[in-house]
Design a protein around this ligand. Structure first.
Ligand SMILES: [Zn+2]
Ligand SMILES: [Zn+2]
Ligand SMILES: [Zn+2]
Ligand SMILES: [Zn+2]
Length: 213
């Protein structure tokens, strides 16, 4: 990755051009025909406007509405100091950046650490940052574009503008995880590790969202 292996759980710093998307697991569901509420929070490293976030959200969620009859309502867009970094680490975890390779709790760029900074309840909560996100798995750390919780009591997501993918795509991809998608694919699908397929879900991933397990 010089940059990112997009949305893969494994992936290492050596793989190029995609990104890694860590997903963590919680447990229960919401269904088609629902109207979930969402909130966007952004940290100081996000340098865009609130309007850009609103536009991306609107564009990302219209596909859920037309395809699955899941109509999101954006309740608020706010800056949050919880999403600021304690230190300006420049990359994924290392032993020297902040003296810790514990991504989940102490590394400034740890995706899980940041995700857990947002309170959890039934609102879909999207955190936006502008710096590298790291995700540790299998003893390795990789750059990721986003991290999302599977269906459960909370539906949190963190995405970064650092990797250069569109916000629409990032939101649509991670919200799909929040709605029950646990895998990725190489079809013409939002769950492809590619920035191209928006508003399209393959049959498998459509069914995941419809079943929302
Ligand atoms: Zn993913
Ligand atoms: Zn660090
Ligand atoms: Zn890490
Ligand atoms: Zn798919």
């Amino acid at each position: 990755m010089r940059k990112t292996k997009l949305f893969k759980r494994i992936s290492a710093f050596v793989l190029a051009s995609a990104f890694v998307c860590g997903s963590i697991y919680s447990a229960s569901a919401s269904k088609t025909g629902s109207s979930p509420s969402a909130q966007i929070l952004y940290g100081s490293t996000y340098t865009g406007t609130e309007q850009r976030l609103r536009d991306a959200f609107s564009s990302a969620t219209s596909g859920f509405s037309s395809t699955f009859d899941i109509t999101f309502t954006l309740s608020s867009v706010n800056s949050s100091t919880a999403l600021n970094r304690p230190r300006n680490c420049s990359d994924v975890c290392s032993t020297f950046c902040c003296g810790s390779s514990n991504c989940d709790s102490s590394h400034s760029n740890g995706g899980m650490r940041i995700l857990r900074k947002m309170s959890s309840n039934s609102t879909f909560r999207i955190g936006v940052v502008g710096h590298v996100l790291c995700y540790g798995t299998g003893g390795k750390h990789a750059r990721i574009a986003g991290i999302a919780e599977f269906p459960g009591e909370s539906r949190r997501t963190v995405i970064t503008t650092e990797v250069g993918f569109t916000l629409k795509y990032l939101m649509q991809h991670e919200l799909s995880h929040n709605l029950g998608v646990r895998t990725h694919c190489s079809s013409q699908c939002v769950m492809n590790e590619d920035n191209t397929y928006v508003d399209k879900w393959c049959t498998t991933h459509s069914n995941d969202i419809k079943n929302n397990k």
